[in-house]
Design a protein around this ligand. Structure first.
Ligand code: PHE
Length: 450
């Protein structure tokens, strides 16, 4: 077997892991979840989940991965014994399903990149809505883009950690941040934008229904890539002197900042052009083209260039995330079945492409592809974000707080005693009690048992 790669520099680690975290979860899912759940109050609960449960949970996965330096299943086994490998298997399954439906939305982004280059998105708000509907209900096109996206991911992953993942992340993340800032300003300057800003910043707790807690929890975990063993797999490439708590905090803050920026980009514009904030998964696709057209009305060329750049960066943000989802399963098949990396990667690619095709059809040409009253795409999203991710994070916390060797855990947390253990006690307390209890309470509440 070839030597395991490691990420090159400290910055590269944070960037690559942030690349996994930052993606459609922030720019597509966060705004539409916020829109459906009433705005600012949802955001506050989401933040609480990131700080109280997300950061400790990330450190958990980092410790498992960096300690074991192997694929997710084996890593969990090496901390807790063979039975605990189950968390790794769960994570591999979760990330495979996520990759399947995520690729559909990433495929929509590819189509929008193409359409903005071809100048097809230029029209009034009603036209933009019709454009999305016509495209997404086509039987073939969205499937092809979705499968195409899985294939692009495959190409990068098959190249290996250092060459593919690191290089892409270093360049594109800062660029994405810059462009987001420009678009936030553009959107906030549109007429009537204030209503959108208020929606985001003024909490209305009367809109907080019982499901909001689980939705916010799911969004926090999805956005941080938490509970899929993805962070654990990336951490297996970390260096021994990486400060795990600091990296987790930095990534969580960056990730949340990008989500808020995405909100500030979408809602002022949505309110300005009369798009409903609770339009669901289509929200960014029916809002953004209006920003490009209206905000840059006086300088259409600038609007044209910025829209192309934006969709290109959205595609790259999605790609740095799909790479991480793909890598989990690829590392597993490569190391456990002793397959060459390329062959291992193909297994993932074929399975995820099939999921992508069915999910894509379920929101388009074959809308009768439903499970429990949801389209297959919505169902996969619900199943993973609201059930499997919290379950993965819950079990990991139980393992780390109650079953793992405490000295080992403390050793990893403090990098073998070279870092001060100031926060260890607080972190350990939260992993032992707060994280599992909160997740359990939210679950019980959701399913009417509390
Ligand atoms: N965090 C990614 C995003 O926000 C999605 C993701 C989920 C990536 C789970 C890996 C694992 O887009």
């Amino acid at each position: 077997m070839d030597k395991r790669g490691t990420f090159g520099s400290r910055l590269a680690i944070v960037l690559a892991t942030a690349g996994s975290a930052v993606g459609l979860g922030n720019i597509w899912r966060f705004p539409f979840m916020t829109g459906q759940n009433g705005g600012a109050a949802f955001i506050l609960i989401y933040f609480a989940c990131v700080l109280l449960l997300g950061i400790p949970g990330m450190v958990n996965e980092f410790i498992v991965g960096r300690h074991a330096q192997t694929n997710a299943a084996r890593a969990y086994g090496s901390i807790g014994g063979k039975r605990w490998r189950a968390i790794g298997y769960l994570g591999i399954l979760t990330s495979t399903i996520i990759l399947g439906f995520y690729a559909v939305v990433a495929g929509w982004c590819l189509q929008y990149l193409y359409a903005s280059i071809a100048g097809q998105l230029d029209g009034d708000p009603a036209y933009v809505v019709t454009y999305f509907k016509t495209f997404s209900s086509d039987a073939l096109k969205p499937c092809l883009w979705g499968v195409g996206f899985v294939l692009i991911t495959h190409l990068v992953v098959a190249q290996g950690v250092e060459k593919g993942i690191e290089r892409a992340s270093k360049l594109l993340m800062p660029l994405l941040l810059m462009l987001l800032l420009i678009l936030v300003v553009a959107s906030c300057l549109l007429p009537n934008a204030l209503a959108g800003i208020e929606f985001l910043l003024k909490p209305d707790f009367s809109k907080v229904s019982s499901g909001v807690f689980l939705e916010a929890l799911g969004q926090a975990f999805f956005s941080l890539s938490l509970g899929t063993a993805c962070l654990c797999t990336y951490a297996s490439y970390f260096k021994r002197d990486t400060n795990l708590l600091r990296s987790a905090t930095q990534i969580a803050l960056l990730d949340s900042a990008i989500a808020i920026l995405a909100g500030l980009m979408i809602f002022p514009a949505a309110f300005s052009v009369g798009v409903q904030p609770d339009s669901g998964p289509s929200l960014i696709f029916i809002t953004l083209p209006n920003v490009f057209r209206e905000a840059f009305g006086a300088m259409p060329v600038v609007g044209y260039v910025i829209s192309i750049l934006f969709y290109a960066l959205l595609v790259f943000a999605a790609l740095t995330s799909t790479i991480s989802m793909h890598e989990i399963g690829t590392a597993f098949f490569h190391e456990e079945l002793h397959l060459p990396r390329r062959k291992a990667a193909w297994i993932l690619t074929v399975v995820c492409s099939l999921i992508a095709i069915f999910c894509s059809l379920s929101v388009g040409a074959y809308s009768n592809l439903q499970l429990f009253g949801m389209s297959l795409l919505d169902f996969c999203d619900f199943l993973t974000a609201q059930l499997m991710l919290p379950a993965g994070a819950f079990l990991t916390s139980i393992l780390m707080g109650w079953f793992a060797n405490r000295q080992l855990v403390q050793g990893e947390f403090t990098n073998g005693g070279t870092l001060r253990a100031t926060f260890f006690k607080a972190w350990f307390f939260s992993v032992r009690y707060i994280v599992p209890l909160c997740i359990a309470l939210i679950f019980l509440h959701q399913f009417g048992l509390l």
